[in-house]
Design a protein around this ligand. Structure first.
Ligand code: NZQ
Ligand code: ZN
Length: 388
């Protein structure tokens, strides 16, 4: 197990009615930038509830609305300008991962002297940020409790993740009832995303990380149990609550600390989103089984890892590692594409040509040396083709 630092300074208020704690924002100043997306928070009443609580607490609100899924750097820049011109004290995101990610980079950009895109390209430049708060409305990314933010510049077909201690939210409100209105498509994509975050750390060659592996298997079993329930019954509280809490833990360091391989599938998906603006979780679902097949073929020693996954998560009884590994991958495929109804190939999300695979693979291969199984540009092209 590698050495690690584990620090989650985010206060979580979990459960029904916990939005009342937004009143505590008054302790951080009198002016908040409220960041939200395309309007779901107005339709489900969270916007009105938040404004009332902030108003009663004496916190004045300036708004940055219209944050896109796969948030754009142009929107971040608008937010930074608002913070600087209005003398904003703190940033409050209400929404999914895109809204929270945008708010994070706005908060860092507000105290930075250059262009916010610098902070996306170089995390080392993020030394501080305005206090960040979130009210989560979609269980998926874990942005509510982690240090990452992913921002796109579509004019250059670039989507990059950045990360810094200063980007960890000060407080996040997790009310599972706020996710009752999430569509089937986003519920399925969110489940695939949280599973992928768990996989990215769980599949490691680092020995002796038993605590992390058992945490990961518990999270995966929970996601596999409740993803289908949330699809079937969007207002099932236990399903929404377990997915929400599992998603936060999949990426807050609990599973990654000490086992920490470089992520393999996310860099490939970020290229798909950068070129085709697809839904992140759908891209991950399409790529994951193709990646598993490829890795098992390239490095047969990974059969032991995939077999352990199969036995501990899917209760596969097979004793031969290679057979158990293949069965586990087949189970993953069936879960994503049949049980959760996710699109099964790149064509199904509108990618109808392989013309950019070369440049996408070249970018995704950068930093792959530390992966579970390092991937070359040619390997990634093969995975894209298998997913096509
Ligand atoms: O914009 P609104 O109107 O709010 O609608 C959103 C959006 O259209 C809607 N939605 C959210 N909550 C809802 C709701 N609709 C009805 N009821 C609700 N309660 O869902 C749509 C998708 O929202 P978005 O925020 O884009 O989804 P998600 O949370 O999956 O975030 C995806 C983004 O996060 C990045 C992804 O790359 C992508 O850009 N990621 C961030 C990570 C992080 N910060 O750690 C890690 C991830 O791996 C990921 O890369
Ligand atoms: Zn993700």
């Amino acid at each position: 197990m590698y050495n690690f630092r584990f620090s989650v300074p985010t206060t979580i208020y979990f459960g029904k009615g916990q939005i009342s704690h937004l009143a505590e924002l008054k302790d951080y100043g009198s002016k908040a930038l409220l960041v939200y997306g395309g309007g779901s928070i107005k339709r489900n009443g969270i916007y009105d509830a938040a404004l009332k609580i902030l108003g009663d607490a004496g916190v004045a609100v300036t708004e940055l609305s219209g944050v896109e899924p796969n948030p754009r750097i142009e929107t971040v820049r608008k937010g930074v300008d608002l913070c600087k011109s209005e003398g904003i004290d703190m940033v409050l995101a209400i929404g999914g991962g895109s809204t929270i990610d945008c708010a994070k980079v706005v908060a860092a950009g507000a105290v930075y002297d250059g262009d916010a895109w610098d902070l996306v390209l170089d995390p080392e430049k993020i030394k501080e940020a305005l206090p960040i708060f979130s009210v989560l409305t979609l269980s998926a990314t874990g942005s509510e409790m982690d240090e990452f933010a992913v921002i796109s510049d579509m004019s250059k077909n670039e989507k990059w993740g950045t990360g810094a201690q200063a980007l960890k939210p000060t407080m996040s409100v997790l009310d599972p009832t706020y996710t009752y209105s999430v569509s089937k498509k986003q519920t399925a994509a969110g489940t695939a995303d949280m599973m992928s975050h768990t996989f990215e750390s769980y599949f490691t060659k680092e020995p002796g990380c038993d605590v992390q592996a058992r945490f990961a298997e518990g999270l995966l079993k929970t996601m596999i149990k409740y993803g289908p329930v949330a699809l079937e019954k969007p207002d099932n509280y236990d399903a929404r609550a377990n997915l929400m809490w599992a998603a936060s833990h999949a990426i807050n360091g609990l599973v990654a600390a000490g086992s920490q391989p470089a992520w393999c599938v996310h860099p490939m998906e970020h290229e798909l989103s950068a070129f085709y603006d697809i839904t992140h979780g759908e891209g991950l679902a399409i790529l994951t089984p193709a990646w598993m097949d490829f890795v098992l073929k390239k490095d047969p020693s990974t059969a032991a890892n995939f077999a352990a996954y199969g036995r501990n998560v899917w209760d596969i009884a097979e004793t031969d590692d290679e057979k158990a590994a293949k069965e586990a991958i087949a189970k993953t495929r069936t879960f994503f594409f049949e049980t959760m109804g996710l699109p099964a190939n790149l064509r199904a999300v509108g990618i109808d040509s392989d013309e950019h695979f070369g440049v996408m693979a070249e970018k995704a291969a950068k930093g792959s040396e530390g992966c579970f199984v390092p991937l070359t540009k040619a390997d990634i092209i093969e995975i894209f083709k298998a997913a096509f």
